[in-house]
Design a binder for this molecule. Sequence first.
Ligand code: URA
Length: 195
Amino acid sequence: MADLSWLKLKEAVGRCRKCPLWETRNNVVFGEGPEDSSVLLVGEAPGAEEDSSGRPFVGRSGRFLTDLMAEAGLKREDLFISNVVHCRPPGNRNPKKGEIKACLHWLEDIVGLLRPQVVVTVGNVPSQAIMDTKEGISTLRGRFHRGSLGGMDLAVRPIFHPAYLLRNRSREEGRPVASTLEDLRALVDFVRTTS
Ligand code: URA
């Protein structure tokens, strides 16, 4: 978008009808957080509570992720939080390829305005979309990657999706919750050492 501002972008996303998800949405979930945050956290798509509130990651899994972030020393309110797809897929199914394709340019515009130092991709969908890979999250997590959005080269740290963590709650070393805490702590160190 030429001559882009946060306000214009938010309004444009709010009016979007580029895929059929607009027909069933209650609210577009644009994203929220400081407009100068160095960390962009990108989820899959809004669920029921996000669709009714218009805010990202406020449902059960969002609250679990917020708690894990706090445990790792990250404040939710310091991050800009958004999704690959901004409208809820019916029944919380995964977003389809065409929906991701239709929506991804909004995330590119967010990246263009935010210019984050690092992007945290939550689960398979954003990790694969941003890194253009078919590798799964278990293989991708645990290290930083390079990715690209809107022509901007980015550091990317993939983490497990909190819905998966809620089904696998063991805190033992090597299990998904402990691995996610490691990823989030690595992110804190990365931000500290590169800013
Ligand atoms: N809430 C979101 O906003 N995105 C997800 O991926 C999951 C829950």
